[in-house]
Design a protein around this ligand. Structure first.
Ligand SMILES: *Cc1c(COP(=O)(O)O)cnc(C)c1O
Length: 411
Protein backbone atom coordinates (compact mmCIF):
# COMPACT_ATOMS: atom_id res chain seq x y z
CA UNK A 1 0.00 0.00 0.00
CA UNK A 2 1.31 3.43 -0.83
CA UNK A 3 2.10 5.91 1.88
CA UNK A 4 2.30 9.67 1.82
CA UNK A 5 4.76 12.35 2.81
CA UNK A 6 3.42 12.81 6.31
CA UNK A 7 5.17 16.11 6.70
CA UNK A 8 2.21 17.56 4.82
CA UNK A 9 -0.09 16.35 7.59
CA UNK A 10 1.86 18.38 10.12
CA UNK A 11 0.80 21.62 8.45
CA UNK A 12 -2.25 23.19 10.05
CA UNK A 13 -4.92 24.41 7.61
CA UNK A 14 -3.90 27.85 6.50
CA UNK A 15 -6.14 29.80 8.73
CA UNK A 16 -5.19 33.45 8.37
CA UNK A 17 -6.90 34.63 5.19
CA UNK A 18 -9.91 32.32 5.53
CA UNK A 19 -10.51 33.58 9.05
CA UNK A 20 -10.14 37.19 7.88
CA UNK A 21 -12.70 36.55 5.12
CA UNK A 22 -15.04 34.79 7.55
CA UNK A 23 -15.03 37.70 9.99
CA UNK A 24 -15.53 40.29 7.23
CA UNK A 25 -18.45 38.31 5.78
CA UNK A 26 -20.09 37.89 9.18
CA UNK A 27 -19.74 41.61 9.81
CA UNK A 28 -21.23 42.49 6.41
CA UNK A 29 -24.14 40.14 6.96
CA UNK A 30 -24.88 41.82 10.29
CA UNK A 31 -24.35 45.30 8.80
CA UNK A 32 -25.50 45.11 5.17
CA UNK A 33 -25.39 48.86 4.53
CA UNK A 34 -21.86 49.40 5.76
CA UNK A 35 -19.09 49.81 3.20
CA UNK A 36 -16.00 47.90 4.38
CA UNK A 37 -12.67 49.10 2.99
CA UNK A 38 -10.35 46.16 2.45
CA UNK A 39 -6.80 47.09 3.32
CA UNK A 40 -5.59 43.51 3.57
CA UNK A 41 -5.16 43.09 -0.20
CA UNK A 42 -1.87 41.33 -0.92
CA UNK A 43 -2.21 41.63 -4.67
CA UNK A 44 -1.63 44.45 -7.11
CA UNK A 45 -4.79 46.16 -8.38
CA UNK A 46 -3.67 48.41 -11.25
CA UNK A 47 -3.83 46.95 -14.76
CA UNK A 48 -0.69 45.84 -16.62
CA UNK A 49 1.42 48.52 -18.25
CA UNK A 50 0.78 49.22 -21.95
CA UNK A 51 4.34 48.22 -22.95
CA UNK A 52 3.85 44.70 -21.56
CA UNK A 53 0.37 44.40 -23.05
CA UNK A 54 1.65 45.37 -26.50
CA UNK A 55 4.56 42.92 -26.30
CA UNK A 56 2.28 40.09 -25.21
CA UNK A 57 -0.20 40.79 -28.03
CA UNK A 58 2.68 40.54 -30.45
CA UNK A 59 3.89 37.34 -28.78
CA UNK A 60 0.44 35.80 -29.24
CA UNK A 61 0.65 36.67 -32.94
CA UNK A 62 4.11 35.04 -33.07
CA UNK A 63 2.52 31.85 -31.76
CA UNK A 64 -0.02 31.93 -34.58
CA UNK A 65 2.54 32.02 -37.37
CA UNK A 66 4.66 28.99 -38.42
CA UNK A 67 7.70 31.22 -39.03
CA UNK A 68 7.67 32.74 -35.53
CA UNK A 69 6.03 29.95 -33.51
CA UNK A 70 7.75 29.05 -30.21
CA UNK A 71 7.15 25.67 -28.58
CA UNK A 72 9.17 24.53 -25.60
CA UNK A 73 11.67 27.21 -24.77
CA UNK A 74 14.92 26.93 -22.83
CA UNK A 75 14.16 25.77 -19.28
CA UNK A 76 16.31 28.61 -17.96
CA UNK A 77 14.42 31.29 -19.88
CA UNK A 78 14.89 32.95 -23.27
CA UNK A 79 18.22 34.74 -23.84
CA UNK A 80 16.37 37.99 -24.70
CA UNK A 81 14.97 38.13 -21.15
CA UNK A 82 18.02 36.80 -19.28
CA UNK A 83 20.19 39.37 -21.06
CA UNK A 84 17.74 42.21 -20.33
CA UNK A 85 17.69 41.24 -16.64
CA UNK A 86 21.50 41.01 -16.44
CA UNK A 87 21.83 44.43 -18.06
CA UNK A 88 19.06 46.42 -16.37
CA UNK A 89 18.78 44.88 -12.91
CA UNK A 90 22.51 44.25 -12.39
CA UNK A 91 25.04 45.73 -14.81
CA UNK A 92 23.38 49.18 -14.70
CA UNK A 93 23.69 49.08 -10.91
CA UNK A 94 27.37 48.22 -11.16
CA UNK A 95 26.90 44.50 -10.45
CA UNK A 96 28.53 42.00 -12.79
CA UNK A 97 26.06 39.26 -13.68
CA UNK A 98 26.19 36.72 -16.45
CA UNK A 99 22.87 35.72 -18.06
CA UNK A 100 23.77 32.09 -17.30
CA UNK A 101 23.42 32.94 -13.59
CA UNK A 102 19.77 33.98 -14.11
CA UNK A 103 16.99 31.40 -14.16
CA UNK A 104 13.64 32.71 -15.38
CA UNK A 105 10.60 31.11 -13.78
CA UNK A 106 6.87 31.39 -13.25
CA UNK A 107 7.39 33.42 -10.08
CA UNK A 108 9.22 33.81 -6.81
CA UNK A 109 6.76 31.78 -4.77
CA UNK A 110 7.62 28.60 -6.67
CA UNK A 111 11.34 29.35 -6.67
CA UNK A 112 11.62 30.17 -2.96
CA UNK A 113 9.56 27.06 -2.28
CA UNK A 114 11.43 24.78 -4.68
CA UNK A 115 14.97 25.84 -3.88
CA UNK A 116 15.00 23.48 -0.90
CA UNK A 117 15.02 20.59 -3.41
CA UNK A 118 18.78 20.99 -3.83
CA UNK A 119 19.52 21.46 -0.12
CA UNK A 120 20.03 18.73 2.43
CA UNK A 121 17.21 17.88 4.83
CA UNK A 122 19.70 18.22 7.68
CA UNK A 123 20.17 21.97 7.19
CA UNK A 124 19.22 24.15 10.11
CA UNK A 125 16.90 26.86 8.79
CA UNK A 126 16.42 30.38 10.12
CA UNK A 127 13.65 32.82 9.23
CA UNK A 128 12.90 36.33 10.37
CA UNK A 129 9.71 36.46 12.42
CA UNK A 130 7.08 37.61 11.29
CA UNK A 131 7.62 35.96 7.91
CA UNK A 132 6.21 35.24 4.43
CA UNK A 133 4.69 31.82 5.22
CA UNK A 134 6.03 30.07 2.08
CA UNK A 135 9.56 29.79 3.50
CA UNK A 136 8.37 28.03 6.63
CA UNK A 137 5.67 25.81 5.13
CA UNK A 138 7.89 24.47 2.33
CA UNK A 139 10.50 23.50 4.92
CA UNK A 140 7.77 21.74 6.89
CA UNK A 141 6.85 19.78 3.74
CA UNK A 142 10.50 18.83 3.23
CA UNK A 143 10.87 17.62 6.81
CA UNK A 144 13.26 20.32 7.98
CA UNK A 145 10.95 22.09 10.43
CA UNK A 146 10.35 19.51 13.14
CA UNK A 147 7.07 19.80 15.03
CA UNK A 148 4.71 22.64 15.74
CA UNK A 149 5.00 23.48 19.42
CA UNK A 150 2.92 26.40 20.72
CA UNK A 151 2.72 28.09 17.33
CA UNK A 152 6.39 27.67 16.36
CA UNK A 153 8.26 24.86 14.55
CA UNK A 154 10.81 23.43 16.94
CA UNK A 155 13.60 22.94 14.38
CA UNK A 156 13.21 26.34 12.74
CA UNK A 157 15.17 29.19 14.16
CA UNK A 158 13.01 32.30 14.47
CA UNK A 159 14.80 35.64 14.40
CA UNK A 160 12.35 38.15 15.88
CA UNK A 161 12.00 41.51 14.16
CA UNK A 162 9.97 43.91 16.27
CA UNK A 163 10.02 47.54 17.33
CA UNK A 164 12.37 46.47 20.18
CA UNK A 165 15.20 45.78 17.73
CA UNK A 166 14.08 48.39 15.22
CA UNK A 167 13.10 45.56 12.84
CA UNK A 168 16.77 44.68 12.33
CA UNK A 169 17.31 40.94 12.86
CA UNK A 170 20.37 40.17 14.98
CA UNK A 171 22.83 37.56 13.79
CA UNK A 172 22.72 34.48 16.03
CA UNK A 173 25.51 34.06 18.53
CA UNK A 174 27.15 31.05 20.16
CA UNK A 175 26.16 27.59 18.97
CA UNK A 176 22.99 28.66 17.16
CA UNK A 177 24.45 28.90 13.67
CA UNK A 178 21.84 28.44 10.95
CA UNK A 179 22.88 26.78 7.66
CA UNK A 180 20.19 28.46 5.57
CA UNK A 181 18.80 31.93 6.26
CA UNK A 182 15.78 33.42 4.52
CA UNK A 183 15.83 37.20 4.27
CA UNK A 184 13.15 39.26 2.50
CA UNK A 185 13.85 42.97 1.90
CA UNK A 186 11.92 45.20 1.47
CA UNK A 187 10.01 42.99 3.87
CA UNK A 188 6.60 41.42 3.63
CA UNK A 189 4.78 41.75 6.03
CA UNK A 190 6.52 44.57 7.96
CA UNK A 191 7.36 46.86 5.02
CA UNK A 192 10.75 47.58 6.62
CA UNK A 193 14.17 47.49 4.96
CA UNK A 194 17.83 46.90 5.78
CA UNK A 195 20.50 49.40 4.82
CA UNK A 196 23.58 48.25 2.94
CA UNK A 197 25.55 48.18 6.22
CA UNK A 198 22.86 46.16 7.99
CA UNK A 199 22.70 43.63 5.16
CA UNK A 200 26.50 43.42 5.10
CA UNK A 201 26.40 42.08 8.68
CA UNK A 202 24.41 39.11 7.35
CA UNK A 203 26.63 38.54 4.34
CA UNK A 204 29.72 38.60 6.57
CA UNK A 205 28.03 36.19 8.97
CA UNK A 206 27.15 33.78 6.15
CA UNK A 207 30.68 33.92 4.71
CA UNK A 208 32.22 33.33 8.12
CA UNK A 209 30.04 30.32 8.94
CA UNK A 210 29.45 28.84 5.51
CA UNK A 211 25.72 29.60 5.62
CA UNK A 212 23.51 30.21 2.60
CA UNK A 213 21.30 33.31 2.39
CA UNK A 214 18.10 32.98 0.37
CA UNK A 215 17.32 36.61 -0.41
CA UNK A 216 13.81 37.45 -1.59
CA UNK A 217 13.63 40.90 -3.16
CA UNK A 218 10.15 40.72 -4.64
CA UNK A 219 9.60 44.36 -3.59
CA UNK A 220 12.83 45.78 -5.02
CA UNK A 221 10.90 48.16 -7.31
CA UNK A 222 9.50 49.96 -4.24
CA UNK A 223 12.93 51.06 -2.96
CA UNK A 224 13.25 54.86 -2.95
CA UNK A 225 15.94 55.49 -0.33
CA UNK A 226 19.58 55.57 -1.40
CA UNK A 227 21.05 53.53 1.44
CA UNK A 228 18.73 50.56 0.79
CA UNK A 229 20.38 47.98 -1.49
CA UNK A 230 18.44 46.87 -4.57
CA UNK A 231 20.26 43.55 -4.70
CA UNK A 232 22.19 41.52 -2.15
CA UNK A 233 25.02 41.39 -4.71
CA UNK A 234 25.70 45.05 -3.97
CA UNK A 235 27.37 43.64 -0.85
CA UNK A 236 30.91 42.37 -1.26
CA UNK A 237 31.17 38.60 -1.01
CA UNK A 238 27.45 37.95 -1.55
CA UNK A 239 28.16 36.02 -4.74
CA UNK A 240 29.77 33.35 -2.54
CA UNK A 241 26.87 33.00 -0.09
CA UNK A 242 23.56 34.22 -1.52
CA UNK A 243 20.81 33.30 -3.94
CA UNK A 244 18.45 36.11 -4.97
CA UNK A 245 14.78 35.76 -5.92
CA UNK A 246 12.96 38.41 -7.92
CA UNK A 247 9.54 38.68 -9.43
CA UNK A 248 7.67 40.75 -11.97
CA UNK A 249 4.54 40.34 -9.82
CA UNK A 250 4.79 43.44 -7.63
CA UNK A 251 7.25 45.23 -9.94
CA UNK A 252 5.03 45.18 -13.00
CA UNK A 253 1.67 43.74 -11.95
CA UNK A 254 2.44 40.21 -13.21
CA UNK A 255 0.64 38.38 -10.40
CA UNK A 256 -1.77 36.92 -12.95
CA UNK A 257 0.69 36.60 -15.86
CA UNK A 258 3.44 34.81 -13.86
CA UNK A 259 7.11 35.58 -14.33
CA UNK A 260 10.05 35.86 -11.98
CA UNK A 261 13.65 34.80 -11.76
CA UNK A 262 16.29 33.38 -9.47
CA UNK A 263 19.96 34.31 -9.48
CA UNK A 264 22.46 31.58 -8.61
CA UNK A 265 26.02 32.95 -8.98
CA UNK A 266 28.70 30.65 -10.36
CA UNK A 267 30.89 31.16 -7.27
CA UNK A 268 28.29 29.58 -5.01
CA UNK A 269 29.49 26.15 -3.93
CA UNK A 270 28.84 23.68 -1.15
CA UNK A 271 30.84 20.68 0.04
CA UNK A 272 29.33 17.25 -0.52
CA UNK A 273 29.85 14.46 2.04
CA UNK A 274 33.16 13.52 0.37
CA UNK A 275 34.42 17.06 0.86
CA UNK A 276 34.18 17.90 -2.85
CA UNK A 277 32.90 21.28 -4.05
CA UNK A 278 29.51 21.18 -5.73
CA UNK A 279 28.32 24.10 -7.80
CA UNK A 280 24.81 25.34 -6.91
CA UNK A 281 24.21 26.96 -10.30
CA UNK A 282 24.77 23.55 -11.87
CA UNK A 283 22.49 21.79 -9.37
CA UNK A 284 19.67 24.31 -9.76
CA UNK A 285 19.99 24.06 -13.54
CA UNK A 286 19.71 20.29 -13.27
CA UNK A 287 16.67 20.59 -11.03
CA UNK A 288 14.94 23.09 -13.32
CA UNK A 289 15.65 21.11 -16.51
CA UNK A 290 14.09 18.03 -14.93
CA UNK A 291 11.09 19.55 -13.17
CA UNK A 292 10.32 22.73 -15.11
CA UNK A 293 9.68 23.48 -18.77
CA UNK A 294 10.17 27.20 -18.65
CA UNK A 295 7.92 30.22 -18.22
CA UNK A 296 5.62 30.88 -21.15
CA UNK A 297 7.01 32.68 -24.19
CA UNK A 298 4.21 35.23 -23.88
CA UNK A 299 4.99 36.05 -20.21
CA UNK A 300 8.69 36.37 -20.99
CA UNK A 301 8.01 38.77 -23.88
CA UNK A 302 5.82 40.80 -21.53
CA UNK A 303 8.55 40.80 -18.86
CA UNK A 304 11.22 41.90 -21.35
CA UNK A 305 9.02 44.87 -22.35
CA UNK A 306 9.15 46.06 -18.74
CA UNK A 307 12.81 46.95 -19.37
CA UNK A 308 12.11 49.26 -22.34
CA UNK A 309 12.17 52.99 -21.55
CA UNK A 310 8.34 53.17 -21.83
CA UNK A 311 7.96 50.05 -19.72
CA UNK A 312 10.25 51.48 -17.03
CA UNK A 313 8.34 54.75 -16.97
CA UNK A 314 4.97 53.00 -16.81
CA UNK A 315 5.84 50.60 -14.01
CA UNK A 316 7.37 53.42 -11.99
CA UNK A 317 4.10 55.29 -12.25
CA UNK A 318 2.15 52.32 -10.88
CA UNK A 319 4.63 51.69 -8.05
CA UNK A 320 4.58 55.42 -7.22
CA UNK A 321 0.78 55.25 -6.96
CA UNK A 322 1.04 52.47 -4.37
CA UNK A 323 3.84 54.30 -2.55
CA UNK A 324 1.68 57.43 -2.36
CA UNK A 325 -0.99 55.31 -0.68
CA UNK A 326 1.62 53.83 1.65
CA UNK A 327 2.79 57.34 2.60
CA UNK A 328 -0.78 58.44 3.29
CA UNK A 329 -1.28 55.44 5.56
CA UNK A 330 2.02 55.94 7.30
CA UNK A 331 1.56 59.65 7.98
CA UNK A 332 -2.17 59.58 8.62
CA UNK A 333 -1.99 56.76 11.12
CA UNK A 334 1.05 58.24 12.85
CA UNK A 335 -0.91 61.49 13.22
CA UNK A 336 -3.76 59.43 14.62
CA UNK A 337 -1.42 58.42 17.44
CA UNK A 338 -0.56 54.93 16.23
CA UNK A 339 2.98 53.58 16.04
CA UNK A 340 3.59 52.80 12.37
CA UNK A 341 6.51 51.13 10.58
CA UNK A 342 7.36 50.41 6.94
CA UNK A 343 5.54 52.04 4.05
CA UNK A 344 8.53 54.03 2.76
CA UNK A 345 10.18 51.49 0.43
CA UNK A 346 7.34 48.97 0.45
CA UNK A 347 3.58 48.72 -0.13
CA UNK A 348 2.98 47.61 3.48
CA UNK A 349 2.61 49.47 6.75
CA UNK A 350 3.02 47.59 9.99
CA UNK A 351 1.12 49.03 12.93
CA UNK A 352 1.73 48.37 16.59
CA UNK A 353 -1.65 47.64 18.12
CA UNK A 354 -2.53 50.26 20.74
CA UNK A 355 -2.50 49.57 24.48
CA UNK A 356 -1.24 46.05 24.11
CA UNK A 357 -4.38 44.63 22.54
CA UNK A 358 -3.91 41.49 20.45
CA UNK A 359 -3.67 41.42 16.67
CA UNK A 360 -7.08 39.76 16.31
CA UNK A 361 -8.73 42.11 18.84
CA UNK A 362 -7.43 45.04 16.81
CA UNK A 363 -8.78 43.40 13.65
CA UNK A 364 -12.28 43.26 15.18
CA UNK A 365 -12.02 46.76 16.61
CA UNK A 366 -10.93 48.28 13.29
CA UNK A 367 -13.65 46.42 11.43
CA UNK A 368 -16.39 47.45 13.85
CA UNK A 369 -15.35 51.02 14.62
CA UNK A 370 -13.89 52.06 11.24
CA UNK A 371 -15.19 49.45 8.81
CA UNK A 372 -11.61 48.88 7.69
CA UNK A 373 -10.21 45.38 7.25
CA UNK A 374 -6.51 44.51 7.45
CA UNK A 375 -4.41 41.50 8.40
CA UNK A 376 -3.51 40.49 11.97
CA UNK A 377 0.26 40.37 12.43
CA UNK A 378 0.08 37.20 14.51
CA UNK A 379 -0.84 35.33 11.31
CA UNK A 380 2.74 35.84 10.05
CA UNK A 381 4.52 34.31 13.04
CA UNK A 382 4.81 34.50 16.83
CA UNK A 383 6.62 37.87 16.83
CA UNK A 384 3.80 39.37 14.72
CA UNK A 385 1.49 39.30 17.74
CA UNK A 386 0.63 42.83 18.77
CA UNK A 387 1.01 44.12 15.20
CA UNK A 388 -1.28 44.64 12.24
CA UNK A 389 -0.66 44.96 8.49
CA UNK A 390 -2.35 47.37 6.11
CA UNK A 391 -1.52 47.35 2.40
CA UNK A 392 -1.24 50.15 -0.15
CA UNK A 393 -2.96 48.18 -2.92
CA UNK A 394 -6.40 49.76 -2.55
CA UNK A 395 -7.31 52.96 -4.45
CA UNK A 396 -6.08 56.39 -3.39
CA UNK A 397 -9.68 57.41 -2.55
CA UNK A 398 -10.28 54.37 -0.34
CA UNK A 399 -6.89 54.76 1.32
CA UNK A 400 -7.69 58.37 2.24
CA UNK A 401 -11.14 57.41 3.46
CA UNK A 402 -9.69 54.59 5.60
CA UNK A 403 -7.21 57.00 7.20
CA UNK A 404 -10.01 59.50 7.87
CA UNK A 405 -12.07 56.82 9.60
CA UNK A 406 -9.16 55.58 11.69
CA UNK A 407 -8.27 59.14 12.75
CA UNK A 408 -11.80 59.85 13.92
CA UNK A 409 -11.88 56.59 15.90
CA UNK A 410 -9.16 58.02 18.22
CA UNK A 411 -7.25 54.91 19.23
C1 LIG B 1 4.29 38.54 -3.61
C2 LIG B 1 5.54 37.94 -3.08
C3 LIG B 1 6.36 37.17 -3.91
C4 LIG B 1 6.05 37.03 -5.37
O1 LIG B 1 5.58 35.81 -5.70
P1 LIG B 1 5.26 35.45 -7.21
O2 LIG B 1 5.14 33.97 -7.16
O3 LIG B 1 6.41 35.90 -8.04
O4 LIG B 1 3.98 36.14 -7.59
C5 LIG B 1 7.52 36.63 -3.38
N1 LIG B 1 7.88 36.86 -2.11
C6 LIG B 1 7.13 37.64 -1.30
C7 LIG B 1 7.61 37.91 0.07
C8 LIG B 1 5.93 38.18 -1.76
O5 LIG B 1 5.19 38.92 -0.93
Amino acid sequence: MFTINENFCKLPESYLFSEVARRINAFKEANPNVDVIRMGIGDVTLPLCPAAIEAMHKAVDDEGNPATFHGYGPEQGYPFLREAIALHDYKKRGIAMDPSEIFVSDGAKSDTGNFGDILSISNRVAVTDPVYPVYVDTNVMAGRAGDLVKGAWDKIQYLPVTSENGFIPSVPEGMDIPDVIYLCYPNNPTGTTLTRDQLKVWVDFALKHGSLILFDSAYEAFIRQDDVPHSIYEIEGARKCAVEFRSFSKTAGFTGIRCGYTVVPKELTAKDSNGCDVNLNHLWNRRQCTKFNGASYISQRGAAAVYTPEGQRQIKEAVDYYLTNAGILREGLTDAGLEVFGGVNAPYVWIKTPAGISSWEFFDLLLEKCNVAGTPGSGFGPAGEGYFRLTAFNTLENTMEAVKRIRSARF
